[in-house]
Design a protein around this ligand. Structure first.
Ligand SMILES: [Zn+2]
Length: 370
């Protein structure tokens, strides 16, 4: 085997636990960040967490300003917030909320050459630790990956906040996290590069495996706990898998068919009501079909997805009775030359994708009725 360059990326610091919002100011000072701080937040976190931010920043004498997010991670919004950064002469940025807020905060920080802190209020995807974002069109179609110079300086995950959010977000994060190891395996087998321009390390692949194992061990109980508004060790472990392990794994190994099929699915409007991780879950089952994985493994994955309320059929992502022509559009989009489906260790054609989605749907339906 030729010796190749390996690259591993991660945030500077990751802090998770109940009530850690109270530590935001001291944690930021601890990694060398300074003020004024611009906090970009959705309306609900701004209302619920505003007082805690105030006292936390006061404790370490950091000036801060909270700016409510405009709702879209668009160039107009990034420019608007960059203007506020300049007016405030901000020295660091915090993004607090769901995926779009965190993506916007990271894009603003990159545009202004400032360090950024991710404070996700849901554990619905693995984006918060990474130095890349997924950009969508205003119609919610996948557009492109956007790459930043730096990973966040700090990722602060308050599990009290996460556990208070609807369980559907946690489930979606499990879908995104479940795909990580299988996609990592595909990228590794094909010898393709990760998102940071290097080959994957043993470290990153082991993290992807730990993510998978943690989700299988704790996923079902964590969803039960959160659906009852409870925070326990299962929830803590699953949040760590969804955000940290999946985040480090996907960025430093790469993604493959599951995410490409997700991107293709965004072409069909009925799927827009479904979260990223929900579509990735169906994309994963399709990927495993395409890879001709063992039927026991497929059954295990489908049964686990059902148990944590993730989609296992086309109807589960709004595509009941979808035509072959529409699935063909998904497949053509998923197999564009720049797509990560070509990280699979074999050549993938659009007809293989349609066939895999139909086979995934059939298995999902047969296991649901058994
Ligand atoms: Zn994802």
């Amino acid at each position: 085997m030729p010796v190749t360059k390996h690259v591993f990326c991660s945030p500077l610091r990751y802090t998770q636990g109940p009530g850690v919002t109270r530590d935001l100011g001291p944690e930021m000072v601890g990694v060398g960040l300074s003020g004024p701080v611009l906090v970009i937040a959705s309306a609900t976190p701004a209302r619920v967490l505003g007082k805690t931010w105030q006292s936390s920043f006061d404790e370490v004498s950091l000036a801060h300003q909270v700016e409510t997010f405009g709702g879209e991670c668009s160039h107009i919004e990034i420019d608007r917030l960059s203007g506020i950064v300049r007016d405030l002469d901000a020295k660091s940025i915090v993004g607090a909320g769901g995926g779009k807020v965190i993506d916007t905060a990271r894009a603003v920080a990159d545009a202004c050459n400032l360090p950024v802190v991710s404070c996700p209020t849901v554990a619905a995807s693995d984006a918060p630790t990474s130095a890349l974002s997924v950009i969508y069109t205003p119609d919610d179609d996948f557009q492109a990956y956007l790459f930043y110079k730096h990973n966040p300086s700090l990722v602060l995950v308050d599990t009290e906040v996460i556990a208070a959010a609807p369980v559907r977000f946690l489930s979606a994060g499990i879908g995104d996290g479940l795909a990580t190891m299988y996609e990592a395996d595909a990228v590794y087998k094909s010898g393709k590069l990760n998102f940071r321009g290097g080959h994957s390390s043993v470290t990153a692949r082991m993290i992807a495996k730990a993510c998978h194992d943690t989700l299988l061990e704790h996923g079902v109980q964590a969803c039960e706990a959160v659906s009852q508004g409870l925070l326990d060790d299962h929830v803590e472990k699953v949040v760590e898998a969804n955000v940290l392990m999946s985040g480090l794994g996907f960025e430093s190994v790469g993604v493959a068919a599951a995410h490409a099929i997700h991107n293709g699915l965004t072409m069909l409007a009925p799927t827009h009501d479904y979260l990223h991780g929900e579509k990735v879950a169906f994309g994963l089952i399709s990927q495993l079909m395409m890879e001709r994985q063992d039927s026991r493994l497929l059954e295990e994955v489908v049964r686990f997805c059902s148990a944590v309320n993730l989609p296992t059929t086309l109807a589960d992502i709004g595509l009941d009775g979808v035509s072959d022509a529409d699935l063909g559009k998904v497949a053509v989009r998923a197999t564009q030359p720049e797509e990560t489906i070509h990280n699979e260790p074999f050549e993938v054609t659009p007809s293989m994708v349609v066939e895999a989605m139909r086979a995934a749907d059939e298995l999902g339906r047969s296991l649901a009725s058994s």
